[in-house]
Design a protein. Structure first.
Length: 634
């Protein structure tokens, strides 16, 4: 066990957030922490990170036990103290130990050229082994790989941090955290603002991470891919479930049903015994029996009725004011961008269509939506809406605006004809009840602001929804509610989302952005993934993210059997090459141990070992890629 909290509690002021919680990190477990917004997930992460301390409740203080010298990594706000330094200057301290060992190895080699003391060679060999174990031969490659994976170029290493946006600085801090390889990696919503390609890469990276990971996320598919253990926080208490997120949902339902069944069975048994006692209470010959039944009831460990899941969410039973014609939106050769076109696109959206837009960041997805609602002028081509089309537009950034007005007044400003009762009823449907309507808009959480924006949007009763990342800041219950609501919507929907589960549930077809192109595909998300796996669709992957891709012929990409055989042959060959490289490395190391005075040869052997170690890393990366693709094929 690396870390344990027992009977822990935390109060903010006098408001209890967590109470009597138990939490453990064992070995290299990949742990997900889930729960409603505001339930204490981030608070628990901060306690684990050491930023917050447990609170004494009713005179009792919980305990925290952890392994000695345990290193915990946590992505904090304002991660970089000095923004004037370059990216490289910010990253290099992580490699201080490796660079120090390398400098010492070079120093020892230089000394051994003039000094034949065997102890120098012994020191060199021991240090060289530590250098290898620390990743001294491939840390630079991993550094470059992570930068590219998060959308940076190698030239960005020389740029000052102050030249990057706040979001980019957060990504760089994330890269630095991953490179530091702590014993426990704490991640709070790591997929926020990452595109689908980068999220998929991050999933593979974390699954292969050799130490423990604790993650808070509302991305259900992400959790399904990486979680081995799920801790749920509900009503201030934690419950541990073993398995993925989907298994947790099943186990939770099953556990509730079992506990409810046991509770009802006990209540029925108590009622039976009490009826028996009542019936024979005044019968002299049954006194012994009634006393026995009373004691039986008294000695029972009474079960409390299990609380139903906290499923409170917003609701909206709305219909458009009017119907559209068959053709809702026609886009012909539309070039979108600001000064230079980001992409050109053609598609037609018909009544009842739900089109999801996916692709990497920065390719023009949100720009397309802004162009369609008139916020940005097109750079070429045309688009037109059909008969009686009323657009409702949700912008993820505009939804996070600030205002000194109350929620009620802010809503009333847009719908002044509503009575107070009507306005409060509309807001109540989105969980702004009682005194909540008098909260200042600026004091609302991100999720509350999204609910307010959706309330305003749906109050307009549009028949064509254009949505840009509507699930950002929502918890899982909120996402599921929105999915169900939009699935029943009688109008048409065009939406951008990086939430793959949301896209999977909602989209009837896709617009996929890749490079300078955007293509409308008549596939659901599951069909798109299947086509992509088979090779019929090129994956919109970021170059330089991982190891060299395995080349496939055009014919083989459509033939699963041939593709599978080719991958199996390549895996066998890679394993042979790895075995050969390891044998060569071992032989060279053995030779190094026998050298006592030939320092020129020692330098040659060191260079050869470095080259072999670098090659081994490339082979291992390619092997991992091949095995992953083979697993996808099935």
């Amino acid at each position: 066990m690396l870390y344990q909290i027992k009977d822990g509690a935390f109060e903010y002021g006098s408001v209890p957030i967590l109470r009597k919680i138990s939490f453990e990190i064992r070995g290299n477990e990949k742990i997900a922490i889930v729960g409603r917004n505001g339930c204490g997930k981030t608070t628990l992460l901060k306690i684990i990170a050491g930023e917050l301390e447990l609170t004494r409740v009713d005179g009792e203080l919980g305990t925290i036990t952890k392994s000695p010298r345990l290193v915990i990594g946590y992505l904090t706000q304002n991660a970089f103290a000095d923004l004037s330094i370059t990216v490289d200057e910010a990253m290099r301290p992580i490699f201080e130990e490796i660079l120090s060992m390398k400098a010492r190895l070079d120093e020892l080699l230089e000394k051994m050229q003039t000094n034949s003391d065997p102890s120098l060679l012994d020191t060199y060999n021991r240090l060289h082994e530590r250098f290898e174990d620390a990743g001294g031969y491939y840390y630079e490659k991993e550094y470059n790989m992570l930068l590219c994976a998060f959308g940076f170029s190698l030239e960005d290493k020389g740029r000052p941090l102050c030249e990057f946006s706040g979001g980019q600085q957060t990504k760089l801090a994330f890269v630095r955290l991953l490179l530091s390889k702590p014993d426990v990696l704490l991640l709070d919503e790591p997929t926020n603002h990452l595109d689908i390609t980068t999220v998929e890469w991050l999933e593979e990276y974390l699954r292969g991470y050799k130490k423990a990971v604790v993650v808070v996320s509302h991305d259900r598919m992400f959790l399904d891919k990486i979680a081995e253990v799920v801790y749920e926080i509900e009503y201030g208490e934690t419950t541990r479930y073993v398995g993925s997120y989907s298994k947790f949902v099943q186990q939770k339902e099953q556990s509730y049903e079992l506990r409810l069944k046991a509770y009802k069975a006990q209540r029925a048994e108590i009622a039976r015994l009490e009826a028996l006692i009542e019936r024979f209470r005044d019968t002299p010959t049954k006194v012994s029996m009634t006393d026995s039944k009373l004691k039986q009831i008294e000695h029972m460990v009474k079960l409390s009725e299990p609380r139903r899941f906290d499923t409170r969410s917003f609701r909206a039973d709305f219909k458009p004011n009017r119907d559209t014609g068959k053709e809702v939106l026609c886009v012909k050769g539309l070039r979108v961008g600001y000064t230079e076109p980001l992409c050109t696109i053609d598609f037609t959206l018909y009544k009842g269509d739900r089109i999801g837009i996916i692709g990497a960041n920065g390719l023009g997805k949100s720009t397309l939506l802004k162009t369609l609602v008139g916020a940005i002028a097109p750079l070429g081509g045309s688009f037109s809406t059909g008969h009686q089309v009323d657009i409702g537009y949700f912008d993820q950034h505009l939804a996070q605006y600030t205002s000194d007005k109350s929620v009620l007044d802010d809503f009333w400003d847009e719908f002044p004809r509503l009575s107070e009762t009507e306005a409060r009823r509309a807001l109540g449907a989105f969980m702004f009840t009682q005194d909540d309507v008098f909260k200042c808009v600026s004091s609302l959480s991100g999720g509350e602001r999204v609910r307010l924006a959706l309330c305003k949007l749906l109050q307009q009763k549009p028949n064509f929804l254009i949505l840009d990342e509507p699930t950002n800041h929502m918890d899982m219950i909120g996402k599921e509610t929105l999915e169900a609501m939009l699935a029943e919507f009688e109008g048409s929907i065009l939406f951008v989302s990086h939430d793959r589960y949301f896209v999977k549930k909602l989209a009837k077809s896709l617009i996929v952005f890749e490079g300078k192109s955007a293509t409308h595909m008549s596939y659901t998300y599951d069909e798109y993934l299947e086509k992509r796996t088979q090779g019929g669709i090129k994956s919109p992957a970021v170059t330089e993210i991982s190891a060299p891709k395995v080349e496939t012929s055009a014919k083989a990409s459509y033939n699963l059997g041939k593709e599978k055989s080719r991958l199996e042959r390549r895996i066998t060959k890679i394993n042979d090459e790895i075995e050969l490289a390891e044998a060569k490395t071992a032989k060279l190391k053995q030779e190094m141990e026998t050298i006592t005075s030939d320092y020129v040869r020692l330098c040659e052997l060191t260079e050869q070992i470095e080259a072999l170690e670098a090659g081994l890393f490339e082979l291992l990366c390619e092997l991992d890629e091949c095995e992953s693709r083979l697993k996808e094929i099935g």
